[in-house]
Design a protein around this ligand. Structure first.
Ligand code: NAD
Ligand code: TYD
Length: 362
């Protein structure tokens, strides 16, 4: 039996996609350690949950004893650390959970990994990796003419979310330098694709447009994000496990810069095409410009040269193909949307959008 890989946060958006893709490419075992916050959803993993190579552990990375126990029991060859609080707007409304999970949780996970690594046999140590999945938001905001973020761009986080991820990146770096933990950091741009919780912009706009609700664009809609299809992110992470060098950072992004306004318009055009008889077509009439996010970063853009040159990665989807797949997935999964948008989601919609002056009932 091979040693498994140990995934934290595998019931969330990127983690679920990572696990589903993992079992397409490999039959190597995998343990999913997840607290199942509002963002974690085991339904995402139903298609692989009965595989003998898959294990789920319900646990919190802030619970050191639980992490120690899981590492002792499963003896992983690598840790993929996805678990985090991940939504910028929530970090503005209630930052504390972000400090708790993203900073303290990562610290405790690093401590557990350090103790685990120390007792491995030499041959196992050679193979062991800790992959820390992070974001381009740690680099702050770009002006229109600035070059894209590279691995040497200084950190300048602007939101509580970005600051908490930056702090976690610094801790990982320190554990490499101080303790020799073979960790690798990846900083990825905005992901989109199946199973993304509809608090994030793309699935929020798709699900609202389908229901005939308003499409709340913050500010004037000219903020730019660099979009990457989630499957391309997952492929990059598998490559980093195979070929990435401990202590290195790799930026991941698809060279797909788009303004928020153009993304929402593209979603509306796709829905007009795919649901021509909808009572809500043309969907663009649902667009409404609402009060901006405080401290809203203007532009993110990733320079992924290092990943492409050193590890041979290439994004397979462009924005048009990836967005079409994504819209189609949401059209085909109304029960999934219904399930995740009932209950506590309604309260979040009120908390975040009522004060923006948007007629944005959930
Ligand atoms: P998500 O919010 O969809 O999922 C987070 C998962 O972590 C959930 O399953 C949740 O239950 C779990 N979790 C939260 N707190 C936990 C804890 N204390 N212990 C154990 N599990 C816990 O997030 P996502 O969008 O899938 O992002 C995953 C990672 O990728 C995050 O670290 C995020 O910072 C990073 N990232 C995300 C993006 C993006 O566009 N979504 C881009 C770059 C990097
Ligand atoms: P989001 O998906 O929250 O990702 P991030 O803030 O991590 O980049 O938001 C993407 C962009 O969309 C960001 O510029 C904020 C904007 N946005 C809106 O205009 N309206 C919305 O309702 C949301 C959630 C985001």
């Amino acid at each position: 039996m091979h040693h498994p890989i140990f995934v934290t946060g595998g019931a969330g958006f990127i983690g679920s996609n990572f696990i589903l893709d993992w079992f397409v490419a490999s039959s190597s075992p995998l343990v999913n350690f997840d607290k199942l916050t509002y963002a974690g959803n085991l339904h995402n993993l139903e298609s692989i949950s009965k595989r003998p190579e898959y294990r789920f552990v319900h646990g919190d990375i802030c619970d050191r004893a639980a992490v120690d126990q899981a590492l002792r029991e499963h003896r992983p060859r690598a840790i993929f650390h996805f678990a985090a609080e991940s939504h910028v707007d929530r970090s503005i409304v209630s930052p504390e959970a972000f400090l708790e999970t993203n900073i303290r949780g990562t610290f405790l996970l690093l401590e557990a990994a350090r103790a685990y690594y120390a007792q491995l046999a030499e041959s196992e140590r050679q193979q062991f990796r800790f992959l820390h999945i992070s974001t381009d938001e740690v680099y702050g905001s770009l002006n229109a003419s600035d070059p894209a973020f590279s691995e040497t761009t200084p950190y300048a986080p602007n939101s509580p979310y970005a600051a908490s991820k930056a702090a976690s990146d610094h801790l990982v770096r320190a554990y490499v330098h101080t303790y020799g933990l073979p960790a690798i950091i990846t900083n990825c741009s905005n992901n989109y694709g199946p199973y993304q919780f509809p608090e994030k912009m793309i699935p929020l706009m798709i699900t609202h447009a389908l229901a005939g609700k308003s499409l709340p664009i913050y500010g004037d809609g000219s903020n730019v994000r660099d979009w990457l299809y989630v499957g391309d992110h997952c492929a990059a992470l598998r490559l980093v496990l195979e070929r990435g060098l401990p202590g290195e950072t790799y930026n991941i992004g698809g060279r797909n810069e788009r303004s928020n306004r153009s993304v929402v318009e593209a979603i509306c055009t796709l829905l007009d095409e795919l649901r021509p008889n909808s009572a809500h077509a043309p969907h663009a009439k649902l667009i409404s410009y609402v009060k901006d996010r405080p401290g809203h970063d203007r532009r993110y853009a990733i320079n992924a040269d290092k990943l492409e040159r050193k590890l041979g990665w290439r994004a397979r989807e462009n924005f048009e193909s990836g967005l079409r797949k994504t819209v189609q997935w949401y059209l085909e999964h109304p029960a999934w949307v219904e399930d995740v948008t009932s209950g506590a989601y309604q309260q979040w919609m009120q908390d975040n959008y009522q004060t923006r002056g948007a007629a944005c009932e959930a």
